[in-house]
Design a protein around this ligand. Structure first.
Ligand code: SF4
Ligand code: SF4
Length: 312
């Protein structure tokens, strides 16, 4: 089965800057579907958030021509994050490949074009990336549901469906966590992470900062602390991430707008600056909702004055 082609694809991925590249068959993701259904049944208020993922469970239903899934890992835990942003904005959003100036900005397109040049039919996305990565053997799950590589969970995953049978990697579905560890569950500020692998989506700070209906319930709002956009707590406390953030590269695309991203700047930001600088880079909050940024940033400032307003 196409071992030479796989080696060529993995070389290409490596040359483009991905740190790993694996393959899994295009068969349905039954465990993923089960996890989605369990979440929807257990948290009926958030059922719609889980069920919208169901469309990813059987990639072949929308791409009957596909035979294999290629999954690549991009490491972002190598960038220098400007002072004053960590703990307020999720690191992934600061090191995002969506920034035009980021050197990784177009590696997904380049990968896609190169695969097409090899004669493959290709479709980007449309699969549960973390499950595809574990099934292809390039990452393992942590109990916080993040995908872990040798670079910790500070990674992005990208998947492509292709119309060729490639040799599959050995699945790594066993959790990466050391025996007995519950650090992420105990640290989760809102209790969204209830048990190993069980996350109540509508209580997760990431969702609450940019996507949840407003206003956020007061008992959750208080526990969102200094987070303005996203949340990294369950990754920051994780022993699997110890020493994995190694800021060997500058991130000039963040450095140049850092002064606009600190809580004091966001708390009173004017519409023009918001629309020109912040919103295009943090698109989960729409252009017309600067008020959400103001409120999140003002909460972050209040929290700095009284770090435990709810007495926890
Ligand atoms: S991202 Fe934050 S709120 Fe969400 S599960 Fe992790 S620690 Fe909890
Ligand atoms: S904090 Fe512990 S339990 Fe949670 S993902 Fe990391 S190793 Fe696993």
């Amino acid at each position: 089965m196409n071992g030479g082609l796989l080696a060529e694809i993995q070389r290409l991925a490596h040359d483009l800057g991905y740190t790993a590249c694996g393959v899994t068959a295009v068969e349905p993701f039954d465990e993923f579907r089960r996890a989605v259904e369990e979440g929807a049944d257990r948290f009926p208020e958030a059922a719609h958030l889980y069920r919208k993922l169901n469309r990813l469970a059987d990639p072949q239903s929308s791409a009957p021509w596909a035979s294999s899934i290629i999954v690549c890992v991009r490491r972002y835990g190598k960038y220098e994050i400007p002072e004053g942003l960590t703990g307020h904005i999720g690191r992934e959003y600061l090191c995002d490949w969506h920034y035009r100036e980021c050197p990784d900005h177009d590696i997904r397109k380049k990968m896609e074009h190169a695969l097409e040049k090899m004669g493959l039919r290709v479709r980007r996305g449309g699969v549960p990336d973390r499950w595809a990565a574990a099934r292809s053997g390039v990452t393992r799950f942590g109990k916080n549901n993040f995908a872990y590589s040798e670079h910790g969970s500070w990674i992005n995953l990208q998947s492509w469906l292709v119309d060729v049978d490639l040799p599959c990697g050995m699945p790594t579905l066993e959790p990466a966590c050391p025996e007995g560890c519950r650090a992420c569950i105990e640290a989760c500020p809102t209790g969204a992470l209830l048990e190993p692998f069980v996350m109540r989506w509508d209580h997760c700070i990431a969702y609450l900062t940019y996507d949840a209906p407003e206003p956020v319930a007061p008992h959750l709002w208080q526990r969102m602390g200094q987070w303005i956009y996203g949340c990294d707590v369950c990754q920051e406390v994780c022993p699997l991430n110890a020493g994995t953030w190694d800021p060997v590269e500058k991130a000039p695309w963040v450095a140049k707008i850092a002064s606009c991203l600190r809580p004091d700047a966001l708390a009173n930001m004017d519409e023009e600056t918001y629309r020109a600088i912040v919103q295009p880079r943090f698109p989960y909050i729409p252009p017309e909702n600067l008020a959400r940024w103001h409120a999140n940033a003002r909460r972050a400032l209040t929290w700095s004055k009284d770090p435990r307003p709810d007495g926890r």
